[in-house]
Design a protein around this ligand. Structure first.
Ligand code: MN3
Length: 204
């Protein structure tokens, strides 16, 4: 049975500098993400037939996961999926970084303007209490900005994550300490809108 695994970053550890520093990326990817994946595999080792499912499938049908490993799958499966997506949602900094084409139209139509979208997304990220994520998701064809606590997954709520920002302190504390607002502002130049757009077009 093929176990779940952490893929290498699609860029160098320092590719997101100066907005996300190399040391944070090393610890975040090699330690935090790796631990989620290891613990997910340890849980699934008890029911190896579940390795035939993708981590999305496990989280979509959390109720059918055996009860004794359900919290592990929720937390570590969520952690593994969210980080696997997160690395791809980022890229080297770009000036005037913004969605384009069909996704931009949909964002403007849904949120009134690009600026309103940014404000709403920033507010969601700022107001996650404690550890969690803010998301742009697609739910039944509708774009929504949401938040989840810990590693609870939009996927469990039948939503498709298009963009997520990790606001666990491990994502920013080395560089920003308690300055979450600054981390959120500095997230915008490093969003990989090409990837987000691909997710949108595939799932709309
Ligand atoms: Mn994280």
């Amino acid at each position: 049975m093929e176990k779940y695994k952490v893929l290498d970053l699609p860029y160098a550890y320092d590719a997101l500098e100066p907005y996300i520093d190399k040391a944070t990326m090393e610890i975040h990817h090699d330690k935090h993400h790796a631990t989620y994946c290891t613990k997910l595999n340890e849980a699934i080792d008890k029911y190896p037939e579940l390795f035939t499912q993708t981590v999305e499938e496990l989280l979509q049908n959390l109720d059918s996961v055996p009860e004794d490993i359900r919290p592990m799958v929720k937390n570590h499966g969520g952690g593994h999926l969210h980080h696997s997506l997160f690395w791809q949602m980022l890229r080297t900094p770009q000036e005037n970084n913004k969605a384009s084409g069909e996704l931009l139209n949909k964002i403007e139509e849904t949120f009134g303007s690009w600026e309103n979208f940014q404000t709403e997304f920033n507010n969601a990220a700022l107001t996650v209490f404690g550890s969690g994520w803010a998301w742009l998701v697609l739910e039944a064809g509708v774009l929504k900005i949401t938040k989840t606590a810990n590693q609870d997954s939009p996927v469990t709520l039948k939503q498709t994550p298009l963009l997520g920002i990790d606001v666990w302190e491990h994502a920013y504390y080395l560089k920003y300490q308690n300055r979450r607002p600054e981390y959120i502002t500095n997230f915008w130049p490093i969003i990989n809108w090409g990837y987000v757009s691909e997710l949108y077009l595939k799932n709309k």
